[in-house]
Design a protein around this ligand. Structure first.
Ligand code: TXA
Ligand code: MG
Length: 343
């Protein structure tokens, strides 16, 4: 299969590209498209066969449910049995935006594979002009996981999608680099208080400011009174070389590099501008140390850049857990499998 890349500038609507995308989707195919978080690989969420194609292209285990993307807030009523009050408040404030809500599904509407046989469905309305135009022209919900090969970092540029899925999907709508850079927050509102199943683009603080205390599911083993996000048990975002988290301290980092070099090994570093060191064999900057937002925006690209080097290991400089820092550290925990650098 030949993969086409259609540039759809955010301001100039390219009618033919959307028509082409809608035609592919309506005939049961998959299309990659940008959202404000990461690129998604979409298929019509009510079409079981189409949804299967997502799992095939990604090489994703089929017991990991997908997020349903909608183009208008009111569409939620078509797929959800009962929208809790708290969800209404959250939708009003954060949609369109990077917040996914897990709710009781209306039986028989969304394809079974999308929800992995569970009685709940995860829904969000993305805040990206291309995603919204596509959804509004299609007039159907799109099941869409991140458009990477399973086990690779989520794509934040069309080029990343092309790298991972070339020949496996017919079309990528190229809307440039995504803004937020980490995936949406997944919040289970079927329980009280609601539980954050995956930290993401909307922070715990932002949610709590609006609806009060929420819980955070930290480990898959956690026995919380909710079906945990099955995705939590998979190793995600694994770069080619082993990744270690390291503290944001130049002396500690340089000491680590000396140690690594003594062992005749080489390291790539992912860190802020301010901690740049010439001792690093490769240094991929994520922007200013004062901006957790730019760290989120640039993280996945930096991990992919590490994969283009011959580094024996990757050191990723940590950030604190406030705001979007929680999502960034969650992804680094996964990429490192919990490893921190120590001699
Ligand atoms: O930002 C995002 O959310 C991106 C863009 C493309 O929208 N999408 C994305 O999808 O990250 P995916 O499939 O990579 O992650 C979906 C997450 C997984 O952790 C999955 O387990 C969880 O949502 N999830 C989906 N349906 C669920 C459900 N019914 N109950 C609990 N968790 C669910
Ligand atoms: Mg993903």
């Amino acid at each position: 299969m030949k993969t086409m890349k259609e540039i759809v500038d955010n301001t100039v609507g390219k009618e033919e590209s959307y028509t082409q995308a809608v035609d592919i989707l309506k005939s049961g195919g998959v299309v990659a498209f940008p959202t404000e978080t990461v690129y998604g690989l979409g298929a019509v969420a009510t079409d079981e066969k189409a949804v299967q194609r997502i799992f095939e292209a990604k090489g994703r285990p089929a017991d990991n449910p997908l997020i349903v993307h909608i183009g208008r807030k009111q569409d939620v009523a078509q797929y959800v049995a009962d929208v809790p009050k708290v969800a209404e408040v959250l939708m009003e404030e954060f949609w369109p935006g990077p917040l996914t809500l897990v709710m009781e599904k209306k039986p028989g509407v969304i394809a079974e594979t999308v929800t992995a046989g569970m009685h709940t469905v995860a829904i969000r309305m993305p805040d990206h002009p291309v995603a919204l135009q596509l959804l509004q022209k299609l007039k159907l919900p799109l099941a869409a996981p991140s458009a990477n090969r399973s086990g690779k970092p989520s794509p934040t540029e069309a080029e990343h999608v092309y790298h991972d899925l070339m020949g496996k999907i017919p079309l990528i709508l190229d809307g440039g680099a995504t803004g937020i850079g980490v995936e949406s927050t997944v919040l289970d509102v079927t329980v009280t208080p609601p539980v954050i199943l995956r930290p993401g683009g909307i922070s715990k603080e932002q949610i709590e400011e609006l609806i009060g205390t929420v819980h955070v599911a930290t480990k898959p083993e956690d026995e919380i009174q909710t079906p945990r996000a099955p995705g939590m048990k998979y190793t995600h975002y694994a770069p080619d070389a082993p990744l270690f988290v390291i503290e944001p301290n130049l002396a500690v980092i340089e000491h680590a590099l000396d140690h690594i070099h003594q062992q005749k090994k080489r390291a790539a570093i992912i860190g802020p501008d301010e901690l740049y060191t010439e001792k690093a064999d490769w240094y991929f900057s994520t922007g200013s140390i004062d901006s957790q937002e730019s760290l989120a925006t640039n993280l996945y690209r930096a991990i992919r850049q590490c994969d283009t080097t011959d580094a024996d290991m990757i050191l990723a400089i940590e950030t604190d857990l406030s705001g979007i820092g929680a999502a960034v550290m969650n992804r680094l925990e996964k990429a490192s499998d919990g490893k921190r650098f120590s001699e």
